[in-house]
Design a protein around this ligand. Structure first.
Ligand code: ADP
Ligand code: MG
Length: 396
C-alpha cells in the first residue's frame, strides 16, 4: 500500500501542520546533538519553497508536572532551525489559545511558525500522550493539511499525530517518515535476500519479542551483546553475573526450539569480574564462563563466524551493540560488526539509538544505508506491528 507523501500534496497558500521530531538532547538549554533538526529539513524546506504557511510542532522529553517544563521549551530549537533555514522562525510559547491562533492567521506564504512542546499538554491529564479527542481536533482546526514527519513517535497514538490526522482533510507523510518506511518497512516486508538481522544491546526484555517476527522474515538472526545470556542460561550454561532477564528464560527456550537453525549464538565472549573498562578480562568459550564473571563483549571466534554469515547478506538490520562499546576494551565486537557491515554490498540499516550512537562515535555512520531516527518505533516495526503514526497517513 502506497502512502501519500508530502510531494503529492498541493500546499501552495495552505496552512500546513507539520509534526516533526525535534526531541533533541539538551544540556543547560544548549542542544548537544541537532541531528533530528537536520533530518527534518527536507520536508520543511520543501513546503516553504512551495509557498505553504508552515506550522511546526514537536514534543521534547517527558513532561508530567509544571516543574518538568523547565528546560523543555522548544524555543532553542526554533532558533537553531532558523539558522539552518536561513529565515525567521516565529516561536509561540503556547500550545493553544488566542495568541497562537492569531500568529498562525498572520503567516504569509513561505513563512514558518513553531509552537511550544506538545507534551506541555500532558500536565493537564496527559492530553497529548493519551490522544485527548478535544486536543487533536483543536490542533487540526489550525490548518488545512497535516504532514507527519515524526518517526520517533510513530509507534504511539498521540494527539499530535493520530489525533490531528483523524480530524483533518488531508494527511501525508514527510520525507523522513517516507525514508523510514522505505528502509525498515522494506527490509521487513520485501527484503533482498539473504536477510540477516543482528540483535544485541541491553534491553533484552523489549527486544526478545522481535525475534518471533524476525524468525519468519529473516534468513539468519545473529545474537550479540546482552541478549546472548538469556539464550545461554536457558540451555543450562553458567553465565555468572552477566546481564539476563530471568522472566524471559522460557521465551528464550521457545525461540531456540522454533529457530530451525536460524538463530546463531556467540561462540566466545570477553569476560571480566567487574563492570569496568580497566578490570582484568579474558576470552571465554560460551560454556566456560565462571560464576563470578560477566560477559561484556563477543569474542574473535564469534566475530569470525558472524562475518562468514554476513559476507553474502543483501539486507542487514542491526539493533543493539555487540558489547559495552562505551568501554574501549569491550568495543571490539561492535567495531568488528561496523567494519564487516561497512564493506558489504548490501542494504544496511541501524535501528537502535545506542547502536546508532556506537556507529557514529566509532566513525562508521556514513557506511550505512540508513540509520533510523526512532529506536522504539523501528523495533515495533521489526516486530511486525502496525505503527499508528504511519497508519494514520492517507493511502494514495
Ligand atoms: P539500542 O539503543 O541500540 O537499541 P540498547 O538500548 O538495547 O541498544 O542497549 C545498548 C546498551 O547495551 C549499551 O549501552 C551497551 O553498553 C549495552 N550492552 C551491550 N552488551 C552488553 C553486555 N554484554 N552487558 C551489559 N550491557 C551491554
Ligand atoms: Mg538504547
Amino acid at each position: 500500500m502506497a502512502k501519500k507523501i508530502v510531494r503529492d500534496v498541493n500546499v501552495e497558500g495552505k496552512t500546513v501542520l507539520v509534526r516533526v521530531d525535534f526531541n533533541v538532547p539538551m544540556k543547560d538549554g544548549v542542544i548537544t546533538d541537532d541531528n533530528r533538526i537536520v533530518q527534518a529539513l527536507p520536508t520543511i524546506k520543501d513546503v516553504v519553497e512551495r509557498k505553504a504557511k508552515v506550522v511546526l510542532f514537536s514534543h521534547l522529553g517527558r513532561v508530567k508536572t509544571e516543574e518538568d517544563k523547565a528546560g523543555k521549551s522548544l524555543r532553542p530549537v526554533s532558533e537553531k532551525l532558523a539558522e539552518y533555514l536561513g529565515q525567521e522562525v516565529t516561536f509561540v510559547p503556547f500550545t493553544r489559545g488566542q495568541e497562537l491562533e492569531t500568529a498562525i492567521k498572520a503567516l504569509n506564504e513561505g513563512e514558518v511558525l513553531m509552537f511550544e512542546n506538545t507534551r506541555f499538554e500532558d500536565v493537564d491529564g496527559k492530553k497529548e500522550s493519551k490522544n485527548d479527542p478535544e486536543l487533536g481536533k483543536y490542533w487540526a482546526s489550525l490548518g488545512d493539511v497535516f504532514v507527519n514527519d515524526a518517526f520517533g513517535t510513530a509507534h504511539r497514538s498521540h494527539a499530535s499525530n493520530v489525533g490531528i490526522a483523524s480530524n483533518i482533510g488531508e494527511v501525508a507523510a514527510g520525507y523522513l517518515l517516507e525514508k523510514e518506511i522505505k528502509f525498515i518497512g522494506g527490509a521487513v516486508d520485501e527484503p533482498e535476500r539473504p536477510f540477516v538481522a543482528i540483535l544485541g544491546g541491553a534491553k533484552v526484555g523489549d527486544k526478545i519479542g522481535v525475534i518471533t517476527n524476525l524468525l519468519e522474515k529473516a534468513d539468519k538472526i545473529l545474537i550479540v551483546g546482552g541478549m546472548s545470556y538469556n539464550f545461554l542460561k536457558t540451555q543450562g550454561y553458567e553465565i555468572g553475573t552477566s546481564i539476563c532477564e530471568n522472566d524471559k528464560l522460557d521465551l528464550a527456550k521457545e525461540l531456540l526450539q522454533q529457530a530451525d537453525g536460524k538463530l546463531e549464538l556467540p561462540l566466545d565472549l570477553k569476560v571480566t569480574k567487574e563492570f569496568s573498562n580497566d578490570a582484568d578480562a579474558r576470552y571465554a568459550s560460551f560454556d566456560d564462563i565462571k560464576a563470578d564473571e560477566m560477559g561484556l563483549d563477543i569474542g574473535p571466534k564469534t566475530l569470525e563466524k558472524y562475518e562468514a554469515i554476513l559476507k553474502d547478506a543483501k539486507t542487514v538490520v542491526w539493533n543493539g551493540p555487540a558489547g559495552v562499546f562505551e568501554f574501549p576494551n569491550f568495543a571490539h565486537g561492535t567495531i568488528g560488526i561496523c567494519k564487516t557491515l561497512a564493506d558489504l554490498d548490501a542494504t544496511t540499516i541501524i535501528g537502535g539509538g545506542d547502536s546508532a550512537a556506537a556507529a557514529i562515535s566509532l566513525g562508521y555512520a556514513s557506511k550505512f544505508t540508513h540509520i533510523s531516527t526512532g529506536g522504539g518505533a523501528s523495533l515495533e516495526y521489526l516486530e511486525g506491528k502496525t505503527l499508528p503514526g504511519v497508519a494514520c497517513v492517507d493511502e494514495l
